[in-house]
Design a protein around this ligand. Sequence first.
Ligand SMILES: Cc1cc2nc3c(=O)[nH]c(=O)nc-3n(C[C@H](O)[C@H](O)[C@H](O)COP(=O)(O)OP(=O)(O)OC[C@H]3O[C@@H](n4cnc5c(N)ncnc54)[C@H](O)[C@@H]3O)c2cc1C
Ligand code: FES
Ligand code: FES
Length: 509
Amino acid sequence: MIDFTLNGRACRLPSPAPGTSVLEVLRTSLGQDGTKEGCASGDCGACTIALQGPGHNMSTANACLMPAHQLAGCDLITVEGLASASQTPTLSAVQQALVSTHASQCGFCTPGIAMSLAVLHVRHQRQIDQGEVIDARQRDTMIDHALGGNLCRCTGYRPIREAAHRLLQGEFGPASLQDAGDSTAEAHDTAPDDEPDTGRFYRPVTLQALLALRTEHPDAALIAGGTDLMLEHTQRLRDFPALIDTTQVAALGKIEEGEHAGQAGWWIGAAVSYHQLMPLLREHYPDGAELLTRLGSEQIRHRGTLGGNIGNASPIGDMPPLLIALDAYIQLMSQDNERILKLEDYFLDYKRTQLMPDEIIHSVFLPRPLPNQRLAVHKLSKRRDDDISTLLGVFAWRRDASGRAQHWRVAFGGMAGVPARAPHLEVLLTLQALESLTPARLTAQTRQQIEQAVQADFSPLSDVRGSREYRLLAASHLIPRVAQRILNERQPTTSLTPLESLDAYLAQS
Ligand SMILES: Cc1cc2nc3c(=O)[nH]c(=O)nc-3n(C[C@H](O)[C@H](O)[C@H](O)COP(=O)(O)OP(=O)(O)OC[C@H]3O[C@@H](n4cnc5c(N)ncnc54)[C@H](O)[C@@H]3O)c2cc1C
Ligand code: FES
Ligand code: FES
């Protein structure tokens, strides 16, 4: 049985098959069909729900990618719960805002948009209650992020954004979602129950139990946020005989200061979500935090985890190139063994890694920034929001006493079957005078040297996201941008911050 609350009411659901999504149970077993299915792949946001539960504050999620078993102990709020949360039979503030601005036409996207805005409204209110001052520009960014995972094909975003602005300005009253504060619900080790034998969903709460399950069931897939694995079910119609959930194991959900290989840094548990990771990156690696805002959508960032991003071994995952450039390590663990590898040595070949069948990814060690260390991150994708990288280039360097950029570590995703370093580019950047690499000074000969270095480092494939030729050229074109950035930092010639001056989307607006 799965026990949770649905729009404030206690709900008990017979255990479905392990891969059954929240969306499936809402629309079938629970008869709550306000939540829509548009794509079943996390892209459209029509299925957006709000959750509060063990380990997370009020947040949005894509119901199509969340296994129903992970509802256990959660407070689930769907679009049906918006109006009923208020005492009087009137529309909630969010609904009033959407109606007043004519922000809906066919209405298919509207339940998802209403949920994204309702959660935004609650969070915005909490921040204000905590004394934060949020200016118009910050509000605009919050709205962009909140709506980045919701597509509308007929209304257009202007009225939807207007609804959001007026909502946050308080025109329709206070946030009306049931705001129970941080959940204090406790997790319990759940034994599989005796219901129809549709497979097993294991939710261990101790590391020992997780490692034992991994040994006993080597064929069962590990699942964390499900934002990648669940696509196997929704797109490829794969049934999972068994799943092992990592998200209830406290040791995997923590970020702890520590040391490794003589460096201070942080051990980040594999089940830490992007949302949890954001404050650390914002403080210590702002360019890394900027990348996170481009990783999926809010719905994905609330649920997706670092371990899942490395565990899926995708050559276009966003975290590995960042972590490799920052010289991160990965800790693997089984019942009998524990080992720590450089992350750059973990990936062997396309979707092949050092992970043994009885092992899990326990955590990642991220070193603290070194003195005078800088970072530049370039994600190229067809859309700014909610889109996987075509390629991702991450450049880390340190400035020596004379201000020269040295000690380069450059890593790319999307340029090979695995995320990898670019040793020839690192040498070129070390030896070449930076001025000669800037767009204004670049000669045909230097351009050719850059292209040769990229080709010596990578032999990318063509796929739907970009051809081999595009990838090689685009990677080469990043070098003059990075060189220009470093020179801008030495002699600022523009009023834009370095992040802004490199953001193609901002520069166009
Ligand atoms: C709409 C959409 C947009 C996306 N955008 C991006 C993007 O911009 N950039 C990007 O990089 N990714 C993106 N993704 C992919 C995905 O969200 C991320 O890779 C995410 O980090 C996966 O984490 P998860 O916890 O959801 O993984 P899950 O789906 O739970 O698991 C993914 C894989 O990792 C394995 N795994 C999980 N935990 C462990 C562990 N502790 N040890 C070993 N193996 C483990 C699982 O067995 C599975 O094979 C997107 C996905 C969607 C649906
Ligand atoms: S149905 Fe499109 S994101 Fe879930
Ligand atoms: S109102 Fe039709 S898709 Fe948004």
